[in-house]
Structure formats: structure tokens, C-alpha cells
Design a protein around this ligand. Structure first.
Ligand code: NCD
Ligand code: ZN
Length: 345
């Protein structure tokens, strides 16, 4: 039996939701990760520092007894974000940045930014204060092919934005394409990317395997095998600009198994284990720790975590569903197995 021990990792892109739903999913993340950057796309969105601090406290209050877990916060950028919010966020010490959702790009993004030029003053202030911009990188024009939206966003929005704000630190979240990997590799300092487990392990065939698979639908959507290979190469290659962000995004079963099912894959129940599978398949297990526990902390200028977790190479069957508040959710690999197990204690 093989086992690996890692410095305790950070999940630098996570959806926890709120209330009873949050109570259902939070223990999975807290068992594996020391910290997570919690996305602000609640209803209503978390747009101000006081709301983020209140949300952070609700997360802390919902933690299982004995858990040590630190929520890291980001604010939801809107057309009307006041540049003065940047100072309030910085002064709080708990808010690491702002999240850019192009309006309409994904789940709960209708309050997002309609034109990037509307937030230029906020971005300039962030540059001064050294807060990080987290970017959902897809154009929203319904006439653009859904598989091309990330690549178009790079050319039309992200590259010009990075040039207009040369000191702004940017995380290109949940990258899904070879184009995005190459953009980050070729970009100026201060630009990094998170990569999800699903985009390292699956390509778009997984959405259509034997029929429509709503639980494999997330945004940005899974891409081609050549894209998956490019993501695996950069994630496992040791480059410090690529780090772990699961984008675990729980939804009730009924919201996904529907005529218009919503986007989001839940992976928190086996997140680090799924990354271990991907790294093992690439022959790169020794580099998992840097990707999961060092690069992200370093980019955000956080101390690396002191604790350790151990993963055992032992297959386990994923339940068909987990409770999700009063409802249930279907996790990634439901009814199938994951090849690594988190060692308890
Ligand atoms: C996320 C969600 O459900 O909140 N969904 C997803 O498919 N990733 C939103 C997002 O991060 O795009
Ligand atoms: Zn997300």
C-alpha cells in the first residue's frame, strides 16, 4: 500500500453556499484543506466587506467541533463597486481580492460586470493596494460558441486588462483550455491560474457518455482531450503559477437533473484524492504537494500551512448522494470509485 504525506493544502476556489446547505458541505473541505478562498456568488452576492466578514463568521460558526479551517474571502465585483471598497477590504485583513464574473457567465452571475471598463477605477485601486483579482474567464456573447468563450475572453478582455493594469495580480480561475495554459505561461509576472480536478481528469466526452450527464456539467464547460492534456502538463509541471482551486460547486439534485440544469460539479468529498489520481496518472505525484500546498499560498503571500495530511492509495466507493440541507446532491464519481483515500487522524 502506498501513502503520501503532504503539507496541508489550500483550496483557492470554492463554493460553500450558505445556511444548512453550507453545513452539509463544509466538513468535507475542512477535513482536507487548511484554508479555502470562498466564492461570493450567494444570493444576494457578497459585494461589501461587512457582508464578507459576516459570511466568514457564519462559516466559522458552522465548522464541526475541533476543525481548524480558515475561510479566505473575496468580494463580488459589480458595475457599481465603489473604489473605496478596496481599502475597506484590504483593512479587514480577511478579504484577499475581488471576483470578476462577467454578467451572465455562470451560476448567480447576473449582478456581474457588464463592461470591464466600468470597473477600471476599482482595478487601479486594487493595483495600488495589492489585492488580487480572481477572474471567471469567459465572454458572455450568446453568439460565441460555448467551447470558444474562454479563448475569446483572453484576447478580448484579459490580455488588454493585464496590460492596462501592469501591477494588478490576477488569478485566471478554473482554466480549461490549452490557450489559457499558454496565456499564463507567456504572461507578465503576477498572473497565475487555478485548475480544477474535473478539468484534469475529464474531457467533454464525459458530458455525453451514453446520454446527457448533468453532473459533469460545469462552467467553464469541459473541453477537448488536447486541452485536458495541456492542463495536466502545466498543473503537474512544477510551475508556481498553477495551483489548486477545486471550484467545487454544490447544487441540489433537482436543480441539476432538470430541463435547464445548472452548472457546477461537487468534488469536495474527494478533492485532494482526485488531484492525487490525476498527478499519479501523469507520473507526477511528487509534485502534488507544491501544486496543492505551496504555489497558491505563495501567490497570495500567505504562510504555508504547518499541518500535514496523508493520502493512502486505496480505492473507495463514492456514495450515490450526500445530504445537502433538506435536499441531496450528487457528488463527482457517485456510485463509482476514487483511487486514493484520505487517512483519518
Ligand atoms: C459555479 C456555481 O455553481 O456557483 N458553477 C460552476 O459551474 N463552476 C459558478 C462558477 O464558478 O462558475
Ligand atoms: Zn467557481
Amino acid at each position: 500500500m502506498t501513502a503520501i504525506t503532504l503539507r496541508r493544502p489550500d483550496d483557492l476556489h470554492l463554493h460553500l453556499r450558505d445556511g444548512e446547505s453550507m453545513r452539509s458541505v463544509l466538513p468535507f473541505t475542512a477535513a482536507r484543506f487548511a484554508r479555502a478562498l470562498v466564492m461570493p456568488n450567494l444570493r444576494p452576492p457578497v459585494t461589501g466587506t461587512p457582508q464578507a466578514l459576516a459570511y466568514r463568521q457564519r462559516i466559522l460558526d458552522a465548522l464541526p467541533a475541533g476543525a481548524t479551517f480558515e475561510p479566505l474571502m473575496t468580494l463580488y465585483l459589480t458595475d457599481r463597486t465603489d473604489p473605496a471598497e478596496v481599502q475597506r477590504a484590504k483593512a479587514s485583513g480577511c478579504v484577499l481580492g475581488f471576483k470578476l464574473y462577467p454578467a451572465g457567465a455562470t451560476t448567480h452571475s447576473d449582478a456581474g460586470v457588464t463592461d470591464i471598463r466600468k470597473v477600471d477605477a476599482v482595478l487601479s485601486r486594487m493595483e495600488e493596494q495589492d489585492l488580487v483579482l480572481q477572474v471567471h474567464g469567459e465572454v458572455t456573447d450568446p453568439n460565441v460558441d460555448v467551447f470558444d468563450r474562454e479563448a475569446r475572453f483572453i484576447d478580448e478582455v484579459l490580455a488588454p486588462l493585464a496590460a492596462r493594469h501592469p501591477r494588478l495580480r490576477i488569478v485566471f480561475e478554473h482554466i480549461t483550455t490549452r490557450a489559457a495554459a499558454q496565456f499564463v505561461l507567456g504572461s507578465r509576472p503576477g498572473i497565475a491560474a487555478t485548475v480544477t480536478p474535473q478539468h484534469l481528469l475529464m474531457n467533454r466526452n464525459a458530458i455525453f457518455a451514453g446520454g446527457v450527464r448533468p453532473h459533469h456539467y460545469c462552467l467553464p464547460v469541459l473541453k477537448r482531450e488536447t486541452d485536458r492534456e495541456a492542463l495536466l502538463t502545466v498543473a503537474t509541471g512544477g510551475d508556481s503559477r498553477f495551483f489548486l482551486g477545486t471550484d467545487s460547486a454544490p447544487h441540489a439534485r433537482g436543480a441539476k437533473e432538470a430541463a435547464c440544469g445548472c452548472a457546477g460539479i461537487f468534488s469536495a468529498h474527494g478533492a485532494i484524492e482526485l488531484y492525487a489520481e490525476a498527478f499519479e496518472a501523469a507520473g507526477a505525484l511528487p509534485r502534488l504537494e507544491a501544486f496543492a500546498s505551496e504555489h497558491g499560498a505563495d501567490f497570495y503571500r500567505l504562510p504555508r500551512n504547518e499541518g500535514r495530511i496523508t493520502l493512502v492509495r486505496q480505492s473507495w466507493e463514492v456514495p450515490r448522494s450526500y445530504a445537502f440541507g433538506a435536499e441531496e446532491l450528487v457528488p463527482l464519481r457517485a456510485g463509482e470509485s476514487i483511487g486514493w483515500r484520505l487517512s483519518e487522524g
